[in-house]
Design a protein around this ligand. Sequence first.
Ligand code: C5P
Length: 399
Amino acid sequence: MLQGKRVLLIIGGGIAAFKSLDLIRRLKERGCAVTPVLTKAGAEFVTPLSVSALAGVKVHDALFDLTSEAEMGHIELSRSADLVVVAPATADLMAKMAGGLANDLASTLLLATDKRVLIAPAMNVRMWDHPATQRNLATLRGDGVLTVGPNEGDMACGEYGPGRMAEPLEIVAAIGAALAAGPLKGKHILVTSGPTHEPIDPVRYIANRSSGAQGTAIAAALAALGAEVTFVTGPADVPPPQGVRVVRVQTAREMLEAVQAALPADAAVFAAAVADWRVASASASKIKKDGKGLPTLEFAENPDILATVSQMTDGRPGLVVGFAAETDDVIGHATAKRARKGCDWILANDVSPETGIMGGTENAVTLITAEGAEDWPRMGKDEVARRLAQRIADAITVG
Ligand code: C5P
């Protein structure tokens, strides 16, 4: 997938820079050409010699390098690649990018480029959590910058939390997804996934069982076909996929808000197991066992996100796909659900305990469209996702 592609790799000044040497190796192994740019701070962590030795080409490290300006100007350099990758992207580099500064070679290239930019942030957990960094991140995402990581874990500085740079192979995967010239390039697709948590009080909640595995696989498969994916997820067991824009929510109402904020979209896939009810008035303090009898919970109905979006009169996505998890008369119930909700397709599955589908790695689904029901053989959730992604591509890219 990366064969013959060209990446402009900007190495920022952080301890994670050593991983960028491995990243260069991994990219080269896959036939991808790497033009490295080392910031002044980056050169404190890895030497220009090791970077250029691994990349097999000269490393660019100064803005006013006259020889290189004669060979290749910084504007040309910024556009000669298929993708610009910043790894590690330090808090400082992210701030420069968000503010549009251009006071060294790296920031100038980032401002001058007309190519997509993927950043792999790496910094101390406090720096990552700082409102300034989070503000810059939101600005960059709004500008269309792609992100991979950071991961959570032990940090070189001795602290624990999000801030570790994504591993080289994760960055390779994100580069692959960003460069995929798949059939869904230029299409924006919304995917909901995971359960929602509806609070009872500050420590208790009600929820549906959902690992988020199928929704995650669908988002990854759509991204692999080149779609720009917005992934709105409740608190799932599996981590969100790389190469998608992740919006994390807790409740059904937050999920609806996030979905509406992410529109317009060319297609939307609603794989989340949204709780149908919430506690009408969640308690602000923990409900105590006070010996005066059991608490009574009053429920209120949650918004139906799939039905709300399916029935939009203005700005409805061109294709809306829902799910139906049933335990009996799967096709009958799912066909009725398709009509009731107003969506275009329903992917129905039998989740009776004897099927082992719930929480398992396989799924047996029936695709219900206006034309009727189509049984798919039992297959891995990843395979279901790839097949659905291809069907979506066929449906929304015709003509
Ligand atoms: O009505 P039911 O929950 O069985 O419908 C399942 C489909 O509806 C799934 O696609 C699910 O994501 C979606 N749904 C929703 N909002 C709700 C309930 C279900 O989007 N409140």
